[in-house]
Structures are given as structure tokens and as C-alpha cells.
Design a protein around this ligand. Sequence first.
Ligand SMILES: *Cc1c(COP(=O)(O)O)cnc(C)c1O
Length: 382
Amino acid sequence: MTLIEDKHKNDITCLVRPEVLKLPAYGAGQTLIQAKDKCPNVAMVNLSVNENPFGVSESAQNAITEVIADSARYPDSQCSNLRAGLASKLNFPEQRIIIGNGSEDILALLCKAFVNASDDVLIAKPTFSLHSIYVKMMGANIIEVPMNDKMEYDTDKWLNKISTLPRLKMLMLANPSNPVGCSLDKPNLAACISACPKDTLIVIDEAYFEFAQGDRNFADSLTLLSAQSRSWIILRTFSKAYGLAGLRVGYGLVSNSKIIDYLDRVRTPYNVNSTAQAAASAVLKDQAYLKTTVDLIKVERERIIPILEKLGVFVAPSSANFLFIDTRSNASDVANRLLIEGIMVKPWNELNYDTYIRVTIGLTEQNNHFVQALKKVLTGKL
Ligand SMILES: *Cc1c(COP(=O)(O)O)cnc(C)c1O
């Protein structure tokens, strides 16, 4: 770096908000192309970001082809078609649905609109890193509730923490959890919500809803929250089961349309592009694609758990399309060695969890490839 660049860097640092100076960057990890460049001699499989292994549905591809010629026009700022489609599918009022550029966009909007500096926000540990990053961006306090030893949500710990936070602004949890995969059932989720102060905003992030829907141990938040007279938002996405991660579409269901009026004030007006809107509307109606995806993932998940356990690792309970695995070795080392075998996973680089990797359930051959690679890496280490 030249002296001039150095001086400029110092100057700009003085201008940055203190919250931003302290903010950790989101660790998106390497792309499939970067991993292939690093290890050109293996067939690389990306099992690190919980994508749909079937790729984009034909229904979405056709919709994209149809609308792409209209790309000279601005998209519908209100996402009217997609909201109408969701409203009819979920039997939920259209005015209480917001669409985001991914559900992470809506997480950011929530923080911008509702979270003040020094507010208290309660989240899980470990959890999706954007649950804390956007909160920290506003200068608010993060309070974390760890999972229990079996890597499940620990309701007693949540209730204890909540009882110490009389001014709790927001409770935010992923159900099922990312990265763990465990889910909260109805009585336990209801207990946590009821324990919160009346004006706490409840945020349930259901990015993996489609995989958990109907499970006995998974709370139907929409029914549960609809019966409550308090403020809440449920977040879902087209990135996981619906296979549109690259197009960025997520949605929020809210307790009262007033929440959307406020979120709209901090939203960029054209946050969801027209191709993404059309693709999401199309795949939403594609029941066959969703069913094929969800059925295969669940069968494969249950198939490989006992095989992995035989390797001597701990596998956390999962209602989602991934597994959180305690390799009992340094997770980054394991991930680097898996990369050489052609498998990308997410090593969890967080204190107390840094022996865990998160691996996405893929197609049958991909899962077999992963199991073989992990076996090789772990036996190589012992
Ligand atoms: C993947 C994921 C998201 C983000 O989804 P996008 O819609 O792609 O932004 C949000 N929350 C959790 C818990 C996730 O795992």
C-alpha cells in the first residue's frame, strides 16, 4: 500500500460510524468456482450453503425466459402478483405480506425500522450470523441463549434470560435452527413467546419451513402467533426448498399491516427484481418440484445420519436440509481436507462450536461422496 493510500484509509476510518467499525463481515465462504479453481482435479460438490440440489425448477426457468425481455422496465415495487399468489396459497391477507431481496433483506429492514441503539435483542447461540450482524449495525445489545448439550433449544434457558430483560425489544430465532437444524415444538415456542414483555417484537425465521412443516416437533408459528394479540413477523424464503437462492426472494408474514408501512419506509422501492418476482410466482405453484425436493431431502437425511454416527461423530437433530456434525476435530481443518476430496461444507468458526461442520443434504450420490470423504478425512486423522 502506498503512503497516499494509507493516509486515505486513516481518514476514511474517522468518518465511519462506530457501530460499523466494530461490525464483523458476513462470512459467505468461497464460491463453487473458486473451490474448483483450488482443486481442479476433483468433481466439486457444494454442500456448504443449503441450496436445493435439484437446481432451478423448469417452471421457474420458463417464467424467467418469458419476462427477461421486459427487463428494460422497472419491477413492480409492490410485488403484487407474488403477494397475491402467497396470499391465496397461505390463506393469509395480502396486505400483511412483504417481499424482500432474500429474507435477509427483511431482517435488515426490521432492524433499520425497529431497533434502536442500546435496545436488547435476544437470539440463539449458535445461530445464523445475520441475526446478530444487523442488530449490531444499529448499535443494539445482543443477548444469546445457548443450545443444550444435545444441541436442542433449551426452553428453561430462554425463560430465564427473558425474565431478566423487562425491556426486551425483539426476540429472534430460526425454527428450524440454522446451523443446528433442531426445531422448537408448539408448547415450548408458546412458552418463550408468552414470557416476553407484551411489546416485544417476535421474529420467527422459517427459512427451512418447507422441510419441517407437519413434523410433530415443529411448531406451526403462523397458527400459534395468529392467536396472539402482539406484534410478530414470520420470515420465509425461496432460497432453500424452492431452489431460487441466486435470484434473492424472501417474504415476511406480519401481525399487522402497520408493520409493513414502517418497513416500506426503509426499503429500497425496487428491492425485488422482475425476474425474481416472476420465478418465485411460478415455483410457488409448482407443487411437484417442492414435493420432490422435500421428500428426497428427508429420506436422504435420515439415511445418512446412522452412517455418520458409525464414524464416531455426533450429529445434531435436524428438521432441515442440512446436518450439524461435531467432528471432534478442528472444523476448519476438516473442511479444508474435505475440499481436497471435492466436498464443500461450512466449518463453524465460533468459540465452543469450532469442531462442528454444517453439511447440506444433496442428491444420493453427493451424500455418499460426502460420507466417504468424511470417513477418509477422519480416519486419516486418528
Ligand atoms: C438461508 C437463510 C436465510 C436467508 O435466506 P435468503 O432468503 O436467501 O436471504 C435466512 N435465515 C436463515 C436461518 C437462513 O438459513
